[in-house]
Design a protein around this ligand. Structure first.
Ligand SMILES: [Zn+2]
Length: 125
């Protein structure tokens, strides 16, 4: 298997030395400042998307589509809210920095697919 020729749009970030599959776009984004590490070298290491302020924890997935990098939190349900990732049935009206107060909003088809891939990479069904 060659991790270099296949450049996946979605990968699981481990935050540790076991990370073996950084895609080219992620490496480029780190070099260009589009992704930055915080608390590097500690158990609280995070990977922040500087454009959106979204932050990945180890085990979360990142996708790259149409020039935008998005974090897919580990364990998020495919049908969870487009903006905050909460499940429809206990969402209610809540605040999210990107959209303010909102009710559950249907995720896009791409989001659903990415979330399913992310769950598969995380060993979830
Ligand atoms: Zn929401």
């Amino acid at each position: 298997m060659s991790g270099l020729s296949a450049d996946p749009t979605l990968f699981r970030w481990t935050g540790g030395p076991d990370q073996t599959e950084d895609p080219t776009w992620a490496v480029n984004a780190i070099q260009a400042g589009g992704l930055e590490f915080t608390n590097d070298g500690t158990p609280d290491v995070r990977l922040k998307v500087t454009d959106t302020g979204q932050t990945a924890k180890p085990g979360d997935c990142l996708t790259h589509r149409d020039g935008t990098i998005r974090v897919i939190p580990a364990g998020v349900a495919p049908n969870a809210c487009r903006h905050c990732g909460d499940d429809k049935y206990h969402h209610g009206n809540q605040w999210h920095r990107a959209v303010g107060f909102h009710k559950w909003i249907e995720p896009t088809d791409e989001q659903r697919k990415d979330r399913m891939k992310a769950r598969a990479l995380g060993g979830e069904k």
